[in-house]
Design a protein around this ligand. Sequence first.
Ligand SMILES: [Zn+2]
Length: 241
Amino acid sequence: MLHHINNLPGPGLENWSISEEKFILLLDTIEKHGFTTTTFELLKDHNHQRRQKEVILSFDDCPAALFEFAIPELLKRNMKAVFFIPTGEIAGFNRWDVSEQGFSRFSLMNAEQLIYLSNLGMEIASHGKHHLRANKISEEVFYQEILAAKNELEALLQKDIVALAYPYGEVPKNYKTLVSQAGYTFGLSIYQRRSNQFALRRIGIHTRDTESSISFKLSKSYQFMRTFFDPILWIKKATRV
Ligand SMILES: [Zn+2]
């Protein structure tokens, strides 16, 4: 799970950014361990059969600045990635961060950029419509949000949209029913202890990560360990995020 690749992130975005150098280290480490990148669309085409040594790189929120460094770097290496866009903010800005948390403002990709990426074999996927917190809205509103986002992206890109990343990683109680009824095949969470098709646990990459921590995060032992202990869950509990 990535958001911004930026050497000088604005106020509030520091924890959601890694430097260009760290991004290069991540991609180098993925290649060094013999992983290839895939997408949820391809995973669905392959009937959910995971091949050995595949990883999905995903970017939330679709900052337009990814076109400055991250996307050219991915293309240079022939790597794929998945980009999660809140459809109500296409060509807009991170209204939710700015109004709710006072974060600095950044531009989101526009429709042409999303179409361009999709045509390159990158996957564009849903991040809801207005980036709302599932814990603060009704099930009905959540359902309408994810349904609208799916329909809008399908109309724009003329293809099936298969994946949803829950805004803030917040997963509603009846997520399996809601997400599957809206027509998605995959849901991406952050904090769920038990990973499943509609709440796949993501692996955060942070500014403190090193080659060895990234290598560990790519290992089966890390996946196994996370079912018992995960620093993210501990921090969440301690700070009541
Ligand atoms: Zn987001």
